[in-house]
Structure formats: C-alpha cells, structure tokens
Ligand binder design. Structure first.
Ligand SMILES: [Mg+2]
Length: 281
C-alpha cells in the first residue's frame, strides 16, 4: 500500500471516529468504545473491499452485502455511510434522538443498511441465509457479517457456523471485531472463546487472523481470502475504544458516550492516532 492510499484510509477512519464521538455525545447515548474498535476495519471494507456498493445504486442486486451483527455499534456504520454519500450531514446529529433519522441500534430504515440488529447472535444466521440464497441463485456477490466477542458467545451464532460449513458457503465472510471486551467484562472472564481460530477451523471454516488496526494488513487480508468453497472467518484483533487513550481496553467504554468537557480531547486523541497511522513510506 502506498503512502497516499494509507493516508486516505487513515483520514477516512479519523472522520468516522470523530463523528461517532460527536454523534454519541449529542445523543447522550451509544456504545462509543465498540464503534472506535471497528473503525479501521469498516473503513477498509467500504473503500475497496465491498463490491458494487454505492449510494448511486444502493439496491444493485450484484452488491456485496454487509451486516453488522453488533448492532449497538451501528453509529460506526452510519458514519461510514455518510462519508460514502448515502444521506445528508444534517442526519448525523439526529442519532439517538427522538424522531431522529438514525436509530440507536442499526436500522435498515437508514439507506445502505441491509438489516437491523441489536440483540446479539442475530447477524450471522441472517447472513448465512443470504449467502445460501446467493449460492442457490449462482450469484457472484459475497455476504459479510461483522460480529463482536459478545456475538460469539451466542448459541445462535454457533448454529449458523455449523450450517454454513455444511452448506459450503464459500461466499460468506464472517468478521470478529475481537477486542476481547464486552458489556460485562473482559471476554476471558465472561465466556472465554480461546482458541477461537482452532475452534472455527474444527467447525469447517477457514480462519484468518489480522491486526484490526493495521490498514494495510486489513486490506491485504480481505483481498487474499481463501477461495476453497468454505466460509471464512476473519478474526480482527482490535482494541476497544482505539484512538481515545484513557478509554482504550476498558469495560466502561462499552456502553456510553464521551462527556461534553472531554469531546475535543477525545477527538484530538483520534487525530494523533490517525497521524501515527500515516507515518512512514
Ligand atoms: Mg468486544
């Protein structure tokens, strides 16, 4: 990846983070740590990985589908879709407000959103159904589903994992935003998933692990996924609340927003983080 490309992606991810901080603060609710965790991965997905996805033709039947199963972090998808031109800027500050355009958990009423989620464990079963439908129709698009560690604690996710392997859904790409923090604690203290990659491989999936904050590594991973007819899970090793130093890797960052008197400081943290990503040749 050349420097210009890396800088463009880092700048995009910064704008996503900045809007997530402002939107959750304005709405006085949200899951800001969960959004900041996934900002780099969703930036790469919407800037070259997802095919035929555009605001000009949002219902293109050949588009790749993206489902966010960790629907509580939907603000990060909204911030991304805004950058891609799906809706006007004045919608942003309606997030989490009464009669707002952008609902607290991700909603398919927002242009560009494929499916509403919120309760964990719902995204992957739906993605599996969509991937199976695509396979039966011999369609060329892929279905991507991003989950959290909390999602991976849900029985419904593992039912979907079993079924996807049985159906040989090579058009299905699962993504785990593996920050190892969830609502009530660090994952190893709630329901430890390790060794997650080995478990998924035993369940018949390809499994790839990547640093979920290394823009180049993320892009390289998604452009070279295995092509052997099996579903693939990409485990993105991430840090909760990445970009805001005093919140990183904390349980308290899962649910909540940054208070008024610390918003600019938090945005400055994300700015510094983006500048660091841009360094080097
Ligand atoms: Mg988590």
């Amino acid at each position: 990846m050349d420097k210009q490309r890396r800088c463009e992606l880092a700048e995009f991810a910064f704008r996503v983070r900045r809007n997530c901080i402002r939107m959750t603060n304005n709405g006085q609710s949200g899951h800001v740590g969960s959004m900041l965790s996934m900002a780099d991965v969703i930036t790469v997905l919407y800037n070259g990985i997802l095919k035929n996805v555009s605001a000009e033709d949002p219902k293109n039947p050949n588009r790749d589908r993206f489902i966010l199963s960790k629907g509580h972090a939907g603000c990060a998808v909204y911030a991304t879709l805004f950058e891609k031109g799906y809706f006007p800027e004045d919608w942003l500050m309606t997030y989490y407000r009464d009669n707002g355009k952008l609902m607290g958990h991700i909603s398919h009423h927002v242009p560009g959103v494929e499916f509403s989620t919120g309760s964990l464990g719902h995204g992957l079963p739906v993605a599996v159904g969509m991937a199976l439908a695509g396979k039966l129709k011999k369609a060329s698009h892929k279905v991507y589903c991003m989950m959290s560690d909390g999602d991976m604690n849900e029985g419904s996710s593992w039912e979907a994992i079993v079924f996807a392997a049985q159906q040989k859904l090579g058009n299905l790409v699962g993504i785990v935003d593996y920050n190892r923090v969830q609502a009530l604690g660090h994952s190893e203290n709630v329901a430890d998933l390790e060794p997650l990659d080995q478990k998924l491989e035993l369940f018949g999936w390809n499994c790839v692990t990547v640093d979920g904050h290394d823009l180049e590594a993320i892009e390289n991973t998604f452009t070279s996924l295995p092509n052997n007819g099996k579903p693939t899970m990409v485990i993105c090793r991430t840090i909760k609340a990445r970009g805001v130093p005093w919140l990183e890797d904390t349980v308290k960052s899962h649910y909540g927003f940054i208070p008024n008197d610390r918003v600019e400081e938090a945005i400055a943290g994300c700015r510094a983080y983006a500048d660091e990503c841009m360094k080097g040749e």
